[in-house]
Ligand binder design. Sequence first.
Ligand code: F0G
Length: 418
Amino acid sequence: MELVCVSCQQRYDADSLRTRCDCGGLLDLILPESGAVDVSVYNTRLRAWRGPDSSGVWRYREFLPAFDEQQIVSRPEGNTNLYHAPEIARDVGVAELWLKHEGENPTGSFKDRGMTVATSHAVKVGATMVACASTGNTSASVASYAAFAGLPAVVFVPDGKISAAKLGQTVAYGARIIQIRGDFDAAMRLVQDASRELGIYLLNSINPYRIEGQKTILIELLHQLDWTIPDWIVLPGGNLGNTAAIGKALAELRDRNAINKSPRVAVIQAEGASPFYEAFRSSFRSFEPMDADTVASAIRIGNPVSYEKARRTIERTDGVVEAVTDTEIMDAKALIDRSGIGCEPASAATLAGLRKLVRTGVISPAARVAGILTGHVMKDAEAVMTYHLGNGTSPGRFANQPVVIDPEMSQLREVLQR
Ligand code: F0G
């Protein structure tokens, strides 16, 4: 097992704590050569109530770095539902739609899948402290997994720019919280310097072990579809770790004969935080970081760390990148929420982007699509209430406004008859 630079192919020891090559490039973890994987073993492992087989990450360990069982820090994670959503499919105009709800992970977002692997690695190499920069979900996940591992955690978040639920979770799990006067991108720069200079183990998705765990979003999804391949995988893009992970998973699944064709990948950004979309529009000839702003605070990121790896995913899967407005995101969220599934704003970029890609003819009405919902509906109550109540602005198109009455039957009758 080795780390290999995606830009210059320089190799490093798999346990070296560097997160970048000397040339500045990102590092990939290359697993040892091994043959075809018989995916039927995963059905057998589904019976487990405890141990690695009960985790929707470690169950798929043929695609993960190896650890001794006592090094593994697991809650366990994964095992998230794949919802068949025929009504939403009809509404956006595709033949089939499944929504994989990564908000059903232990801390409410997909981050837990990467965190179990990277925290296990931190334990393996004897880390004494772990850190991350975050728009809120990574910090909640880091705080929880560090607590499980008995490691102190320090998280860097943009002051006033993350939801109360995410900050509250991180406080509750006991991490040290540093609020940065600046945006996520500034916090990300600082945590990389801090990790290098202070020897703190970095748990952001620039850490290749994070990407390894997040590959299992796709692997578990295909397992749930009995290894039939959808035409498209649609997901939101912020720091682009997930986009990198999906591409790496697809390449490895094909290399090991678990699948014989690839879905196309569509990454959706918010218009106000869309440097990857702009790069895609230039056929990746140029990449310009931007000052990011969007209601979807999880993806309010202007200088995505995993850009090079994410670009590779789009190029290798004949993928696309789309951008959607905040209104499109919040209307899509209202639809997912009303269906009973629910998700946080960033996750709804998936559906807003799918709708736009169908409208513009990129995704055909005959397509079978799997969308990834990245975070739980309870992650951002402020965004929900602003959309439905207005709170000084006009309420959203699908607003569901609570009514206040006196405890009188007459008033109740009147309201229910409206
Ligand atoms: N959706 C949610 C709910 C997220 O929290 C994030 C990223 C993304 C999508 C974007 O994923 O970065 O892999 O492209 N949140 C990070 C955080 C940055 O700090 O919690 P990505």
